[in-house]
Design a protein around this ligand. Structure first.
Ligand SMILES: [Zn+2]
Length: 693
């Protein structure tokens, strides 16, 4: 599901903005935790950046609403349990981003305005490596303490682990201040990353999504011997605290870092003027793919440390440095397989399984192929070389194939006709591009979604059985089909023992379930969650069939496209061929039918009450020809108001055929079958025998 685009801040009132800021703070904190503490990001960098930007925009518009826990005041996350804390006396902040030359120019202009200057800046450009920021404190030249960035003001003490990294000097060479804090990036090279993942895979260990997570996961080990075994590299690039000034410019500082024994990225460059930055940016972009490590942009810093000092910080970002990111990346790799994923609504989505390829710093193994038509359009075949694109960090897409590289014998992909999860037959409705699993009620991929619907307000309306508890009970294996819901009362004691439940809630749930054993037919039909059968159509069907046994019997017949019942259901007013088709697909799948049968047997299903009243209750009427005074819709409505079912075709189940002028073959067929034939007058006389509704 694509979320609606956010409203422009001008369109928000204070309440809405406060609500959104609260949501943003919570979401960003959650992502920070996943990223920094668990080394397992939940969203792409691009999505994360978008949340951050949105937060900034709203805070700029509503400064009075800036929260004490605003993400703009924090970087990353608090230390995880198991590590001692390291306090950063000079906060370790992050950088603002630029994505285009104009944004970079705007950054320079902002700094100039702040300084009241008109001079272009001398700068240093440094390739931006996506790793883990580290703070190293040296006292009298000896490594005293190493800390991760953490939330910017408090990180984790990883000193023992850092001592195992060969690229970090345990003591500084030559003269150094009594106290100096050096900052830089721990990272893993592409080759080391691939080798580590291969070894992890063989050993059944954790496979990392990208070199950045691999580096973070390797450094943040409670056991330093594991860190020691991991191939970590380090580039120094910044200064923290210092007991005395060490340089007048950033460039000179980098030279001192080299002398002390640190690796400084050899691609870093002194730029006489900011106008050299676009050229350097292009140069780095061109070199990017050939580098031993991943970079996602270039960091530009104003060289003069006195100016840096004057410029200071705004929020969590320095005014004197910016990260200029590279645009989306493409790559070519081999398509190993096409797998089918089954979504929560039963949609079968083809996914390209790729020979892992590094695209702009991320190891890509999968890309989406959308649907059967897209596969046909691309003519993509297993074994092909495919061009893929990653824009931001969204799911990579297959752009096309390299036809010249197609291996002999590659054949077109056959989209499966069965659900790979449950084996039910797959259906592609006319005019749609998506294949769907028809095993809605029993397919493990869909059953949670179906059960949530099943228990929802318009359906069984079982209080206490919402999304969360459906998920919980499904995970526990307690509910695999709707009938299982009515077996939950037997687990009352177990439910009471679950976290967040307790005896009272469990008893309430059991009572709510018990109360719903008796249910009307319309709700029952609606609760099955058949496509296109909303509450209104469920009511039509319930009124038409009256009781559950008739309904199930007829639905069995409907599955056969040649059956009379298929024609009959199509002619129920309001039910057209498309809906009949959905009913047929649903009940034609034996698994569904069994699940519904089992459910019905566990319940007391009330006949549709509204079908009970009226003189024509339970009778089926067919109109044919032009009646003298009643239009067709009026006649049908009149018959239905008196309890009749109105169909278009005559069969042996028809009770009355009402005939007007120019009637076709239906009148003849009615006589043949011995059905009562009436004219409008006779029809009105029949209605006059009893009250309508
Ligand atoms: Zn399925």
């Amino acid at each position: 599901m694509t979320p609606a685009p956010p409203k422009p801040p001008e369109a928000l009132d204070e309440d809405a903005a406060a609500r959104e800021l609260a949501e943003l703070a919570a979401a960003i904190a959650r992502h920070d935790r996943a990223y920094h503490e668990l080394d397992a990001p939940l969203v792409s960098d691009a999505e994360y950046d978008a949340l951050r930007r949105r937060n900034e925009v709203l805070e700029a518009r509503f400064p009075q609403l800036i929260r004490p826990d605003s993400p703009s005041r924090r970087v990353g996350a608090a230390p995880a349990a198991g590590f001692a804390k390291v306090i950063h006396r000079l906060p370790m902040l992050s950088l603002g981003n630029a994505f285009a030359p104009e944004e970079f120019a705007e950054f320079c202009d902002r700094a100039r305005r702040f300084l009241g200057s008109s001079m272009p800046f001398a700068m240093v450009g440094e390739p931006k490596i996506d790793g883990l920021s580290l703070s190293l404190t040296y006292a009298q030249g000896q490594l005293l303490r190493a800390g991760t960035r953490g939330d910017g003001s408090e990180g984790e003490d990883v000193t023992a682990n850092v001592r195992t990294i060969a690229a970090i000097p345990p003591r500084l060479h030559g003269r150094s201040p009594a106290l100096i804090e050096v900052r830089g990036e721990v990272f893993m090279s592409k080759a080391d990353f691939l080798a580590l993942n291969a070894a992890q895979e063989r050993a059944g260990g954790k496979v990392f999504a990208n070199p950045r997570n691999a580096a973070a996961g390797s450094l943040r080990q409670l056991d330093p011997t594991i860190t020691a075994a991991r191939p970590l590299s380090f580039f120094a690039y910044a200064m923290g605290e210092a007991s005395e000034p060490v340089a007048a410019t950033h460039w000179a500082y980098l030279q001192r870092l080299r002398h002390w024994g640190f690796a400084v990225n050899p691609l870093s460059r002194h730029l006489e003027s900011e106008t050299d930055a676009p050229g350097f940016q292009a140069e780095m972009a061109a070199q990017r793919a050939g580098l031993a490590y991943d970079i996602d942009g270039v960091v530009y810093k104003i060289d003069d440390l006195a100016l840096q000092n004057r410029l200071g910080f705004v929020g969590r970002e320095p005014r004197w440095a910016i990260a200029w990111k590279f645009p989306a990346e493409q790559a070519t790799t081999r398509l190993l397989d096409i797998q089918i994923q089954v979504g929560r609504t039963g949609a079968l989505t083809p996914v390209a399984v790729l020979e892992p390829v590094n695209v702009g710093g991320v190891l890509v193994r999968h890309a989406t192929l959308h649907n059967e038509d897209e596969i046909a359009r691309l003519d993509v075949r297993v074994g092909d070389s495919v061009r893929i694109q990653r824009a931001g960090d969204v799911i990579p897409q297959v752009l096309g194939i390299v036809l010249e590289a197609r291996p002999a014998g590659a054949h077109p992909f056959q989209f499966p006709r069965r659900c790979p999860v449950c084996g039910s037959h797959a259906v592609r409705a006319e005019g749609e591009v998506v294949w769907r699993c028809s095993g809605g009620l029993t397919c493990p991929a869909q059953v949670e979604e179906r059960l949530i619907h099943f228990a929802s307000r318009g359906a069984f309306d079982i209080e206490g059985l919402g999304e969360k508890s459906v998920h919980e009970f499904h995970e526990l294996g307690w509910i695999r089909s709707p009938a299982d819901v009515f077996r939950l009362p037997a687990r009352e004691a177990e439910i009471a023992g679950l976290e967040g439940w307790g005896e009272q809630s469990a008893a309430n749930l059991v009572r709510a379930i018990g109360e719903r054993r008796r249910i009307g037919l319309a709700r029952f039909i609606y609760a099955l969650g058949i496509r296109r059968i909303g509450a209104a159509n469920a009511r039509l069907l319930a009124r038409h069939y009256g009781d559950v046994e008739t309904f199930l019997q007829r639905m069995r017949e409907v599955a056969d496209p040649a059956s009379e019942e298929r024609a009959a259901v199509t002619s129920i007013i309001g039910i057209g061929p498309a809906i009949a088709e959905e009913l047929a697909e649903f009940f034609g799948e034996e698994r569904n039918f069994r699940a519904v049968r089992e459910l019905a047997d566990a319940l007391d299903i009330q006949p549709e009450e509204t079908a009970g009243g009226g003189v024509l209750a339970g009778r089926t009427v067919v109109f044919t020809g032009t009646l003298p005074t009643l239009s067709r819709p009026e006649a049908k409505a009149l018959a239905e108001r008196h309890g009749a079912k109105v169909t278009d075709s005559v069969s042996k189940r028809t009770d009355y055929v009402v005939v007007g002028a120019d009637a076709g073959s239906k009148a003849g067929k009615a006589s043949e079958l011995g059905i009562t034939v009436l004219d409008e007058e006779g029809f009105r006389a029949l209605l006059a025998q009893g009250p309508g509704r």
